[in-house]
Design a protein around this ligand. Structure first.
Ligand code: BG6
Length: 518
């Protein structure tokens, strides 16, 4: 890419929030799985958007690697199309797109064949010579997980892992799923660590790249008023909802093996849980943040197999309507076993056994084909202990709820009680709110933009560390074992377009609580 073109966008006001000094050193990114959906839908558009904001280093280059034979030009054409369809900022800047494309090339090859790595190596040498990428490389594994170990091993055998000069660097980004239970995640960590050191490995959890998720840290630790209340003395319970209106799309083969617990809870939702529940880190650097998150994850009380039906609810969608569209039931989806017992909905009650959270339930729920897409963390405080008003006034008094909206309509609201204007003392809940859209007037970058940039900058704060991954698999694996032991009689159906199985409501009612309707 022409450095001039990149620099010409340096004064772009849209760069606010991603500070000027955050410019990575020149580098090349090798994407394994370059023909895949992730590359097309997320990675290339995110790189283009970074280029548009002047956040890519001069000479930044991408080498796409996949099995199918194609020329550089054919690959560039695919990339162009994917950017046109999926870039965050439109209309497309055609001039910038042409410049961006100059840095894109393609290597065809089987991930298991040494020849492919020899060609990658040659291509990287060329980029160092012609585009001054300085020996700095990011390897992005956007492949099926079965290929991770082999690619890491072959990169190492080909001498592509060791930085070629003292000041150059090589990093590895690994996509989810990272293992499918505790043992496999641990094994994958051990395998990757044979070839790369921990500080070279970036395990992606794209929820951590979302602005609102990061804002949780700002909200908790940059304000003086919330942290003193952030504990069992003031908080009744916490709810984390990640509702999706989409189904499994075309991912039946993967999803039927995974299910909602592995697909959403082990990673994204436990990351959210750890951010809500962690202790304040002494500094905002990767290790300090990871240390506190891991401590929180390790404090999750394991659910014993015989307790699993008490602490969890599973569900699977049957046919129904979502936002005016009819959808088939899960078992009729392509590449799904017609007798599948995979859960597309899960609700859990977890406890964090430490001084701060003893006895405070954390209710988590996520599902496919729910009525709308909404992710929210809500902190429900204890009721006022003695409201000095007449009983008929206080009967409907609701507790204070702090709702952190992750998507869409990103923002934070605090539900409080106020007097209804008029001569008598009538009370009603009102919301005090902050909305990202209206407060900052800038569109948040996509999670992948932030994470790709952080990796190039060598900042792993927003990437789970090895022990964090293992700590999040532990309670999940316990639940999976429990489910295996109890069988599937308790797999209720819910119609697509509803808020999950009825059992999920009774699960809350049993505790005298209800799900918040976001
Ligand atoms: C992915 C899951 O990790 O996250 C998908 O595999 C899910 O099943 C997606 O749809 C949700 O991400 P987002 O950013 O749309 O909430």
């Amino acid at each position: 890419m022409d450095p001039q073109a990149t620099n010409s966008t340096l004064d772009n006001p849209l760069r606010e929030g991603l500070s000027l000094e955050r410019l990575p050193s020149p580098c090349a990114m090798v994407i394994f799985g370059a023909s895949g959906d992730l590359t097309r839908r997320k990675l290339m558009p995110a790189l283009y958007d970074l280029a548009l904001e002047g956040l890519l280093p001069p000479g930044f280059s991408v080498v796409g690697v996949a099995r199918s034979e194609k020329s550089n030009d054919e690959f560039r054409e695919e990339v162009r199309e994917s950017i046109r369809q999926n870039a965050r900022r439109t209309p497309i800047d055609e001039g910038l797109l042409r410049t961006f494309e100059e840095g894109i090339s393609y290597v065809a090859g089987d991930f298991s064949s040494p020849d492919a790595y020899a060609r990658i190596s040659e291509e990287l040498d060329r980029l160092d010579r012609e585009r001054n990428t300085s020996g700095n490389r990011v390897y992005y594994l956007a492949t099926p997980p079965s290929a991770y170990a082999e690619i890491a091993c072959k990169l190492s055998e080909q001498g592509l892992v060791q930085p070629i000069e003292d000041e150059s660097w090589t990093r590895l980004i690994v996509e989810k799923p990272f293992g499918n239970d505790y043992d496999s995640a641990r094994e994958l960590n051990q395998t990757l660590l044979q070839y790369f050191s921990e500080d070279q490995i970036y395990r992606i959890d794209h929820y951590l790249g979302k602005e609102t998720v990061q804002n949780m840290l700002a909200f908790r630790f940059a304000n003086g008023i919330f942290e003193p209340l952030w504990n069992r003395t003031f908080i009744d319970h916490v709810q984390i909802t990640v509702a999706e209106s989409i189904g499994i799309e075309n991912r039946g083969g993967y999803y039927d093996q995974a299910g909602a617990l592995r697909d959403m809870v082990q990673n994204h939702m436990l990351q959210l849980l750890s951010l809500v529940s962690m202790e304040p880190p002494p500094a905002f650097d990767a290790d300090s943040v990871h240390d506190e998150k891991v401590k929180a994850l390790r404090s999750i009380r394991p659910i014993q197999p015989e307790e699993v039906d008490y602490y969890t609810v599973r569900g699977q969608y049957s046919e129904g309507w979502v936002m005016g569209q009819p959808y088939p039931g899960y078992r009729d989806e392509a590449r799904v076993d017609p007798a599948s017992t995979t859960e597309t909905y899960v609700a859990l009650k977890l406890f964090i056994d430490n001084w701060r959270w003893a006895g405070v339930p954390f209710y988590l729920r996520t599902g496919k084909h729910l009525p709308r897409r909404v992710s929210e963390i809500s902190i429900q405080f204890h009721k006022a202990p003695h409201p000095p008003f007449a009983e008929n006034v206080t009967q409907s008094l609701e507790p204070n709820v702090l709702a952190i909206r992750i998507q869409p309509d990103e923002g934070i609201t605090l539900k409080t009680t106020a007097k209804v204007p008029g001569p008598s003392m009538r009370l009603r809940s009102v919301n005090m709110g902050f909305l990202y859209g209206t407060s900052f007037l800038v569109e948040s970058p996509d999670a992948y933009e932030r994470l790709l940039l952080d990796c190039m900058l060598g900042d792993s704060t927003l990437f789970p560390r090895r022990d964090g991954i293992e700590a999040s698999w532990e309670p999940i694996t316990q639940i999976l074992r429990g489910w295996e032991a109890t069988g599937v009689e308790n797999l209720p159906a819910y119609s697509a377009g509803t808020w999950g199985p009825e059992e999920a409501d009774s699960f809350m009612e049993r505790d005298g609580r209800q799900w918040r309707q976001p």
